[in-house]
Design a protein around this ligand. Sequence first.
Ligand code: PDD
Length: 285
Amino acid sequence: MDTVFLNGQYLPKAEAKISPMDRGFLFGDGIYEVIPSYAGRCVGLRGHLARLQQGLAAIGMAMPVPFDELQAMIQQLIDLNGRGNLGIYLHISRGTDSKRFHAFPEHIAPTIFAYAFAIAPEPIPDKTKVKGYKVVSTADLRWQRCHIKSTSLLGNVLHFQQGYAQGVDETILFNEQGFLTEASACNVFIVKAGEILTPPLDHQLLPGITRQLLLAILEKDGNLPFAVRPVSMQEVRDADEIWLTSSSKEIAPVIEMDAKPVGKGRVGDMWLAAQTLFSANKYAY
Ligand code: PDD
């Protein structure tokens, strides 16, 4: 797990050096992706690269290398790091300037960094084997551009830490109107009376690739009722099931929120049905 990619070169992590004048370091001025791969196969790669391009465009940057080159680099990094259960972290910052000045500098080259890290094995759709997650909830205090997968993650870090400090796995967030946005590093789904619900995309949440894959898979299958619509705090509190989705977790069942059981306090049947479908179809996208 030691070979990283930096600006066109593959090298040992310890030898990868970036200037302290890099705007990623000084301003969090960059876009990132986390792409899961199992035994050499990526999940949702096309979606991740499309979101990367949209994120760069949203901060006035062009994709610095063609898609196929980026794809080849990701594959090479997976191969060089043993093709196990790997997350690929890919980070493109605006680059290194000679001075610290807020406006976008012209004529600097973006910094492209990627490394591989171990992730848990592919989730198995089995209620007895999956971890039941615990969460707390709080007011979403991040910025108005949560749809951009920015490397400026302090707002998310502070929310994640809120839960972590209380010994739970995640922090679920509600906007000022009392509606669900997402969690500090995951999207959120609930189940009520057999219907799967998740909030619509807007500036308040990341367009998660796992969320997108799950919705596409549910749509194609057509057997599990679902709706994309605003979800109130009361609906989350009354939910039969709550799920967290992210690239490294796929669909994670929540069994406790704010020290109270979610539904019956056990992993639910709808989770089993959804994760079964997801596991069977995730490589098709
Ligand atoms: N987190 N919302 C936020 C705020 C996230 O940071 C993430 C991902 C998600 C889920 O997106 P996806 O399904 O594309 O992974 C939702 C990544 C994994 C991270 O920052 O490590």
